[in-house]
Design a protein. Structure first.
Length: 442
C-alpha cells in the first residue's frame, strides 16, 4: 500500500519549492492558507498574447487622418513581444500554484498534471505553447490539444461551427432593448468619448474616402461568422480603433507611434471606455452570451464536478490526474462567460471588464477544513498594460493584476468572494442552455 508524507513534511517541501523560486517574501501566513483551503483544481481561460490588429491599415485608414504605423507581422498574428508576454504569464502561474501546493515546481513531475487546450488559430496555439514554456521550463513542447487546421472549433467559436444556432432576431432584440430601441442613443450618450477618439485619429471631414466617427450610421443587426448580433457604426469603429491603439501601446511601440504621439497611458485608459462598451453591448448581453458561452461553460462545469468527486465524463477536460487546465482562446470567450455569470471586474488603468492580451478568467476549486466542502473562487488575472508593454518580470511579490470576482447569487462575503460549489453548480445549470451544448470530448 502506498504511503503518504506527513502534513508537516508536505509543508517543508512547499517551503523549499518557494525558496527555489525566490518567492519567500510573498508567502501567506499559515492561518490565511488554512482559511483559503486546499486547492484541488484550477481552470485558466486565457486570451492569447499581443497580436497585430485584425484589420489592415487600409481598413483602419478610412477613419484616420494619418497613416497607421506598420506591424512586423501580418494582421491577427502573435508578435514576438506577445510570445514573451505569455511565457511570463506561464511563469507566474507556475510560481502561484507551486506556492499553493498544486504543482511541485519540478517541471518533469508537473507536466502530466497540466492539460493544454487551445483554438487552432496560429495566435492561440503559439500563445498556449509560450505559456507552457513558462509553466514547465525545460520540458519538451506540451501535448497541446487543438482541432485540425481549418476545422472550426465549437469550443471557442460555437456559432461559426454550428454548435449553437441562436435566434438572431432575439439577439438583436436583446441588444436593442438595452439602448431604448435605437442605437443612435448609444452614440449620443458617448458623444464626448467619441469626440476624444476623433481628436486622436485626426480631422478627416472633407477628405476623400475618409469617414468621421460621428458620421458613421449606427445599426444593430443579425451577427456574422461567430457573433449572434452585430453593432455597426461609431461604437464598432471606435472598438476597432481603440483596439489598435491598445495593441500599439502593449507591443511597446515608441510613444511617437502610439496614436501618432497623441496617446499616453491616461488617454488610453479614457479611450478604453469605448472598447469595453462594444463588448458589453454585443457580447455580455445575456442572450448572445448564453448562445456563445453555454458549450464552453458546460465543459468547465463537468471538469469541476469531476474534481469535486463526481464521475469522470467525456465532456470534462483532460483526465482526473490533471490539476491545472489551461484553455487559450479569445476575448469573446471571456466576455461571453462573464456575461453568462453576471461577473464584473476591473484592473488598474482599464475600464469595466477589460479583456487584455494574455488576461484570463481563472476558476479555482478549493476544499476547506474541517468539513471538506468545496468552493469555487473566480478571478480575472492579467498583466497591466504597463507590465505588458515593459515585459515586467512577474513573481508572487510582483504579480500581474488580480481581481477577485463576486458572482451574483453565489458568492459569500470574504476576500476571495468564494462560491459554495453546490451554488456554483446550480447557477451554471440554470444559465447554460442545453440547446447550445455539444456532448462528447471538448
Amino acid at each position: 500500500m502506498p504511503t503518504h508524507p506527513h502534513p508537516s513534511f508536505r509543508l517543508i517541501f512547499r517551503l523549499l519549492a518557494l525558496l527555489c523560486l525566490g518567492v519567500m517574501g510573498a508567502l501567506p501566513s499559515l492561518g490565511a492558507a488554512e482559511a483559503d483551503g486546499a486547492l484541488k483544481l484550477v481552470i485558466v481561460l486565457s486570451r492569447h498574447g499581443v497580436r497585430s490588429p485584425l484589420q489592415t491599415n487600409l481598413v483602419l485608414g478610412k477613419y484616420a487622418a494619418e497613416r497607421w504605423p506598420e506591424w512586423k507581422v501580418a494582421p491577427g498574428l502573435l508578435t514576438p513581444h506577445g510570445r514573451e508576454q505569455m511565457v511570463q504569464m506561464g511563469s507566474y502561474y507556475r510560481a502561484r500554484y507551486v506556492a499553493e501546493g498544486l504543482l511541485t515546481g519540478d517541471a518533469v513531475q508537473d507536466e502530466p498534471l497540466v492539460f493544454f487546450r487551445s483554438n487552432n488559430l496560429p495566435r492561440t496555439m503559439k500563445s498556449a505553447r509560450a505559456m507552457a514554456a513558462g509553466l514547465l521550463p525545460g520540458t519538451d513542447e506540451p501535448n497541446l490539444h487543438a482541432r485540425a487546421a481549418g476545422q472550426v472549433d465549437a469550443l471557442f467559436l460555437p456559432v461559426q461551427a454550428g454548435a449553437a444556432t441562436p435566434n438572431r432576431d432575439l439577439a438583436v432584440a436583446a441588444v436593442l432593448g438595452r439602448m431604448g430601441n435605437d442605437p443612435a442613443n448609444l452614440t449620443l450618450a458617448y458623444r464626448e468619448d467619441l469626440a476624444a477618439l476623433q481628436q486622436v485619429l485626426g480631422p478627416v471631414s472633407g477628405q476623400p474616402g475618409k469617414v468621421a466617427l460621428l458620421d458613421a450610421p449606427a445599426k444593430v443587426g443579425p451577427g456574422q461568422i461567430d457573433h449572434a448580433v452585430d453593432l455597426r457604426g461609431p461604437i464598432r469603429v471606435a472598438q476597432q480603433a481603440t483596439d489598435a491603439l491598445l495593441l500599439q501601446y502593449a507591443e511597446g511601440m515608441p510613444m511617437a507611434d502610439v496614436g501618432w504621439g497623441r496617446v499616453n497611458s491616461a488617454t488610453l485608459t479614457q479611450l478604453l471606455k469605448l472598447h469595453s462598451l462594444y463588448f458589453d453591448v454585443t457580447q455580455r448581453t445575456f442572450y448572445p452570451a448564453q448562445a456563445q458561452a453555454s458549450n464552453l461553460a458546460d465543459h468547465i462545469l463537468k471538469t469541476l464536478q469531476r474534481a469535486a468527486g463526481g464521475p469522470p465524463v467525456p465532456e470534462a477536460f483532460g483526465n482526473s490526474e490533471n490539476k491545472l487546465i489551461v484553455l487559450v482562446g479569445h476575448d469573446t470567450n471571456i466576455v461571453n462567460l462573464g456575461g453568462l455569470l453576471g461577473a464584473d471586474w476591473y484592473l488598474p488603468g482599464t475600464q469595466a471588464n477589460p479583456v487584455l492580451p494574455g488576461g484570463a478568467l481563472v476558476f479555482e476549486l478549493r476544499s476547506r477544513p474541517p468539513e471538506g466542502r468545496y468552493y469555487v473562487r473566480v478571478l480575472y488575472v492579467s498583466q497591466t498594460l504597463d507590465q505588458i508593454r515593459n515585459l515586467t518580470p512577474l513573481t508572487l511579490a510582483q504579480p500581474p493584476g488580480l481581481a477577485p470576482i463576486f458572482i451574483p447569487g453565489g458568492s459569500e462575503a470574504g476576500p476571495g468572494y468564494d462560491v459554495p460549489f453546490a451554488k456554483f453548480e446550480a447557477l451554471l445549470q440554470r444559465v447554460i442552455d442545453p440547446r447550445f451544448v455539444l456532448t462528447g470530448a471538448p
